[in-house]
Ligand binder design. Structure first.
Ligand code: PDD
Length: 281
């Protein structure tokens, strides 16, 4: 395996960043995860748009053009011979003596890109079974709309899910509404067949996969309701599912140990998963 680190392709085992990298000390950086499908990067426009927005919110300069970034991501995929998998891209504010105040604007952002294969057959099998989620209080900061590498609450929530035998943890805000999963967008399907997901801009990361799924839904004439929902509504829903570049549309069959509908993946989630790559760019 090779990784791209600040302009060079290096063996993955030797891919290092400096101890004074601000990503390491302050979680002062952002990232993107893109799916590789049949050797192609999926939904790059959405990921690059969100990357630029995240960087802008943190006043970190784009380290290279979108075209150059895309080329390096493709080259990393090629050098790793990945046809099904994902690319990880991380940009931090760079290396500077530890000091909370931002270093001079001339500091070069640090760019790391890796590619990893994943077992699509296994993932599809999991989607045929469906997965379980738990709920947990949302204890993150207020700017989770920025895709920063500050993921400790997310990691802790995911670990809690694992220990409960579940695949994902859904965060619940102080008013009792589901925000999102620790690394996925949360959805339900109402008894009358409407897709429900929380509006962007209020305590969630705007999902790129979500955008494409919404496009699939529009094309297929499904009803879409952007509104909040509670764990209780989700438990009584016709279907529940999650989306992310890493999971695509993944049916949820249990929430906090309680079956959703008959405990089998729903037909709408299953259809959305199958249709996804026909619509994704
Ligand atoms: N996570 N919400 C959170 C908190 C996320 O971390 C992610 C993605 C999503 C879904 O976004 P998208 O559809 O653009 O992948 C929602 C990535 C995959 C990760 O951290 O591994």
């Amino acid at each position: 395996r090779v990784a791209y680190v600040n302009g060079r392709y290096v063996p993955h085992v030797h891919a290092m960043v400096h101890v004074e990298d601000r990503g390491y000390q302050f979680a002062d950086g952002v990232y993107e995860v893109c799916e590789i499908w049949h050797g192609r990067l999926v939904d790059m426009k959405g990921h690059l748009d969100r990357l630029e927005r995240s960087l802008r919110e943190l006043s970190i300069a784009m380290p290279m053009t979108r075209a150059a970034l895309t080329a390096v991501m493709r080259e990393t995929v090629r050098r790793n011979r990945v046809t099904e998998g994902m690319v990880y891209l991380q940009i931090t504010r760079g290396v500077a003596p530890r000091e909370h105040i931002f270093p001079p604007a001339s500091t070069r952002p640090a760019v790391v890109i890796t590619a990893k294969a994943f077992d699509r057959i296994k993932a599809d099998k999991q989607a045929e079974e469906g997965v379980a989620v738990i709920t947990t209080p949302d204890n993150r900061w207020e700017r989770v709309d920025i895709k920063t590498v500050g993921l400790l609450p997310n990691a802790m929530a995911k670990q809690k899910a694992k220990e409960a035998g579940a695949k994902e943890a859904w965060f619940v805000d102080a008013d009792g509404y589901v925000t999102e999963g620790s690394s996925t967008t949360a959805w339900i399907v109402t008894q009358d067949g409407a897709l429900v997901t929380r509006p962007n801009g209020t305590g969630i990361l705007p999902g790129v996969t979500r955008q494409t799924v919404e496009e699939v839904a529009r094309r297929d004439g499904l009803k879409l309701e952007e509104r909040k929902f509670t764990p209780e509504e989700a438990k009584g829903a016709r279907e529940a599912f999650m989306t992310a570049a890493t999971t695509l549309v993944m049916p949820i069959v249990a929430i906090d140990g309680q079956s959703v509908a008959n405990g089998r993946p729903g037909s709408i989630a299953t259809a959305l998963r199958q249709r996804f790559h026909e619509v994704a760019q």
